[in-house]
Design a protein around this ligand. Sequence first.
Ligand code: BG6
Length: 485
Amino acid sequence: MRDNIDLVIFGSQGDLAKRKLLPALYRLDKADLLPDNARIASVARHQISTNIYLSQVQENLQQVIPKKEWDNKVWTRFKRRIYYIKVDFSQKKQFNHVSDWMEENRKVIFYLATPPSLYESICKHMASTGCVSENTRIVLEKPIGHDLRSSKQVNDAVGQYFSEKNIFRIDHYLGKETVQNLLALRFANRIINSQWDNKCIDHIQITAAETVGIEGRWSYYDTVGQLRDMFQNHLLQLLCMVAMEPPNSLKAEEIRAEKIKLLRALRPIGSDKVDDYVVRGQYTNGWIDGKPVVGYLEEEGAENSNSNNETFVAIKVEIDNWRWAGVPFYMRTGKRLNAKHTEIIIAYKESSHSIIADKPLDSSNKLVIRLQPNEGIELEMISKKQSLKQRLSTEKRVLNLDFHDSDSDKRVVDAYERLFLELIKGDQWLFVSREEIETSWDWCDQIIDAWNKNKSPTRLYSAGSGGPAKAEVLIESDGRSWHGQ
Ligand code: BG6
């Protein structure tokens, strides 16, 4: 590839740059997918030389990337692309170090891997030191605001310096292979898309369970909670991919239009319904993978806090449109649960009339879409038991499409690799528009307001469990149950 691309990463000493961004760029270079003369500027406030920075990057990459993937030749090429630039983000003048480094006739992408509170001042300083032109792209990480009002402020602030077509808002779930595979599954398989509505589907479940806690991020997380940290973005994006109408094409504007339509059709959950439709939970101490872990209020930073912030949320979501009227979506996400897994369950209606008496208790078909770990798709089918003793007895069997082939060296690419590629191409299809973010906030804000108004309780659950018991009640009171329970 011959594109002249300069990528400038602000916050290059942060966790995201170390764990995700630089490993993704190294892997793209290894796969020959970085433009030949792409350059990378790592910007942070530390006073270190490029050489020292490079030895830190090498050490860090070798921790993140498995030995068998490491290639010294690639590293030699990769490190030649990297420059370290020291900038104190509060000092406008220091942004001249960035503009001095930039060259004419190169496409520039600024990646803000910094706390969002710095977005506005970074954009302002870049603009006033001549770093921004009509074609400069900017990448924003979540969270964009913590409610509708503040997200508008962030978007307005960045919008003063960058046009919407050049603002790339990341939701890394959209970069996951299996999330894109939802598009292939839905829109390239007639057998699936002809059965994708309230005539055939009974309900849908979306679960994003994590075993990690708040990972030392108390001061951030306690002002945010799981609804804002995971639900407003990742889970609502998954919901869009599952439930939006077929876009006319895979162009960004077509996909975004369908997602916005879907988000606007979410039935509001106000204070009259919040306690029946939403479960808020917080973990107490418990055991994960055989090891004891502390409760949320004993986490580092929580000293003497009696915060009722949620680390778990489950919501029954209803969609007011023709396709989904009457089909509930049960969605949940939480920290310190018993396993890390993200999955979508499409639970079909049972046959309208059964002529087979001997069948499993739950004889509905289920399509299980596993996003992580062990990416794949399973279809639970009813088939005849192989037996001469019974006349026609049936059981559940599973058709399995496994993307995670444990026998091969093929790894599932990381979300950030895909997102960087689209960024370099300038294609927004896997990035989130301003309107999507604001529509999602609008819906979530009503829940947060209702919690505050109703003083909704936070239900406790032990770390290592499946979440608060009330989350079972949420689905069981409708005569259904969470998949796998
Ligand atoms: C991030 C959240 O956006 O997503 C984290 O801030 C969360 O709290 C993470 O742990 C989960 O991402 P993944 O890809 O591990 O499911």
